[in-house]
Design a protein around this ligand. Sequence first.
Ligand SMILES: [Zn+2]
Ligand SMILES: [Zn+2]
Length: 486
Amino acid sequence: MTAPFGMGPGNTVDIGIFDSRGHEFVEAPGFRGWSGTAKREFFIAPDCATPGYIRGPLFPGEWNVMLGVDRIQPAGARDDVTVTLTTEANELHHTTEPATTLLPARPEALVGRAEYDSPIPATTPRHGRWLRGDLHCHTVHSDGLNSVEDIVRHAVNLGLDFLAVTDHNTTTHHEELDRLSSFLEGPITLIPGEEVTTYWGHANTWGLREWVDFRCGDEESMRSLQRWVREKGAMLSINHPKCVGPPWLFEGWDGFPAMEVWQAPWRFYNWESLERWDGLLRQGERVVAVGGSDTHSIPPAPPRHPHGLAEPTTWVFVDGSATPSLPARPEVLVGRAERSTDEGAILDAIRKGHVFVSDAPNGAHLILTADEDGDGRFEKMMGDTVEAPEGKPVDFRVQVRGGMDRRLWLISDGVPIDIIPLSHVDTDYRFSLEPAGRSYLRAELRGYRGRPERGEVIWAMTNPIWLQATPRRSAASAPDEARVRL
Ligand SMILES: [Zn+2]
Ligand SMILES: [Zn+2]
């Protein structure tokens, strides 16, 4: 057990455990924890356990240690597993990390939050608001270096509206998230997640309050898992599909409702993920692009990767019904949520593709909308489908913040159809496009980061608006219709 997961040479053998209630694939009632290579030892007791492992009754019967063989050098490897049973559980505790974080009765740091620096200058004629958050991070419950509370406090200080904590192959952080949520007066929605971490690729689930199996080693088992997650009403989102991801090695790419197209700072090989995603869009796969920082450590823990929480930030538009407190034509509200927004509404927005991704919580904004019926209101947005008769151009609008000295790319069916240099911080760019012959339109904000010779990066990107041209009514059919009406 010498190499961390997916990195460097050496042998990698992971570990986890099932109790006597069963270890069947896809639904194993006996799952009691997994730590991969992050921990060399763990304990389980009735009242506490190593983070990543589930405390509780020590059911009598046959337990199974689960060893995951990621890589073994040709010379082979010797892997010893030592099991110690004791009635004095405390004897073991000093060798492990604390089982849980002890919260103060009412942690002050979790109540306040940073104010937004500025709102998006954009409006759409829809009720709702933009919320910003991070969909991917880790804690001591897997291979992260911080407690759940540390990560949540940091997210609150960044002003995030939501945070999904997605430890690898375990759910023991969920209880901590729910406990923290009960302390918060609503500034942030904490979403329990899991990074389903297989040796052939990683995928996030959000909002499922039960363990999701990760023992997929072939196409069939991944399909079974996809079905299982779908039947639970949840999503599987392919993570970091790029060479250093680790990559997605399953052949099946279809049927995943979302994909982490942007993981960590853009320069970390995200062009590869973007190309993969755009290829799926060209095939008509309506997979929603999301971002995830994949943060494993924040100060004061030593840095492990150059990943900062909410870098990138995923923005979701949460629909809200009209209320008397809203003006007749409410503007999109970007800003502090007055109360915790329901986790289900955030996940629903992701499912619909009402999402754009940007570099940071106070970074660029990019919103693509369309006026489907030509009434001057841009009522369709990213993730929606615009239907228009053949030959009738549709008006589109891109609202940009952070555009100064950057370029707006408009992309349809894998091809840039326009590249617009921007010279202002805020831009409201409008244009018309005929949907016929096109299946989607999306936007990117590109620009230099540092010296020009380093090339451009993406500062923000939208999900596509899907386009559908309806056949024009033929001249011959018009009289018939008129007769019917008469
Ligand atoms: Zn991963
Ligand atoms: Zn991760």
